[in-house]
Ligand binder design. Structure first.
Ligand code: ZN
Length: 300
């Protein structure tokens, strides 16, 4: 989960170009409806800024088909629009085209219509409705939507991009380290955003994906400790490494990336060192007062 900034593009200009690239009958139909469509597009930013969904309108079948056709049949003008969105996102940070903003797990490769085309054909080419995501998220989201409430976080509408709404808590059950991921906030100003965040996690089945990736990250981390600290690692060294990993991931992917939250959870998980010492039998647990530190081998 990662916020992005709505690309600064001129809708009335590119929509005109896309319409002009259509065959005569389609073009005529689209031009006749353009003022109504443009007015609808203008409602999207205020609604999403207030974290509200938008009610559908009943388009005539032929109009709906023509509107969807603006996106579905590829034209040079549509290709230019997609390139412009990607250029803008990349200028904001290369991470935007390397990681899907919905999950921060996979590489993006497809365009999601935040409001599905099947129900909101008038937004089919509006750049505020186009989100560059991974195929898993796009497939999972499909045509799911609600006219009453937002079902997913839209990366362009987080409000404050520094707001942390994804959290992770570590636990040990039956000797196994596990993690729970959820969206929440202690700040009432972001309560509505966190509620949508939780729907987002559930709808996209992200928790299972985050948990399974977390197991891999932790087991790789333990292997690297075994290799780098064959004589054992102190609580302080372990703490330093965990904090370093958190800072690295947080600065690369932002505070709402699952991996940043994972390290954040480990930083504040008091039993982590004990857990590690069970996993790595060589590891002496050293307490902070230093009294029971194990003496290193004497020099030869
Ligand atoms: Zn994704």
């Amino acid at each position: 989960m990662r916020p992005q900034i709505l690309p600064a593009l001129n809708y009335s200009q590119y929509s005109e170009e896309i319409i002009n690239s259509k065959h005569t009958s389609q073009r005529r139909r689209l031009k006749a409806e353009k003022a109504v469509v443009d007015a609808r597009v203008q409602t999207m930013v205020p609604a999403l800024t207030n974290l509200q969904s938008i009610a559908k309108v009943g388009w005539r079948t032929m109009t709906s088909k023509a509107l969807k056709g603006c996106y579905e049949s590829s034209t040079k003008a549509l290709g230019v629009l997609k390139d412009q969105i990607l250029d803008d996102l990349e200028r904001q940070g290369s991470v935007n085209i390397e990681k899907c903003p919905y999950c921060m797990l996979q590489s993006p490769s497809t365009w999601d219509h935040y409001f599905p085309q099947a129900h909101y054909p008038e937004f089919s080419i509006y750049h505020g409705n186009l989100v560059y995501v991974c195929s898993d998220c796009n497939h999972e989201k499909s045509d799911h939507y609600s006219e009453v409430q937002l079902e997913y976080l839209h990366p362009y509408f987080y409000g404050n991009v520094a707001t942390v709404i994804l959290f992770c808590k570590a636990h040990i059950r039956n000797g196994k380290l596990g993690f729970r991921f959820y969206s929440a906030t202690a700040d009432p100003a972001f309560a509505a955003l966190a509620v949508i965040g939780q729907r987002h996690i559930v709808n996209l089945k992200l928790e299972i994906a985050f948990q399974s990736e977390s197991s891999t990250v932790v087991s790789d981390f333990l292997s690297s400790i075994k290799e780098d600290f064959p004589q054992g690692i102190s609580a302080e060294q372990l703490d330093r490494l965990v904090r370093k990993n958190y800072r690295m991931v947080e600065s690369a992917y932002g505070p709402n990336a699952w991996e940043a939250r994972l390290w954040h959870a480990i930083v504040s998980f008091a039993e982590f060192h004990d857990y590690v010492s069970v996993q790595l039998p060589l590891l002496p647990v050293r307490h902070r007062d230093g009294i029971d530190q194990i003496a290193p081998a004497p020099p030869n």
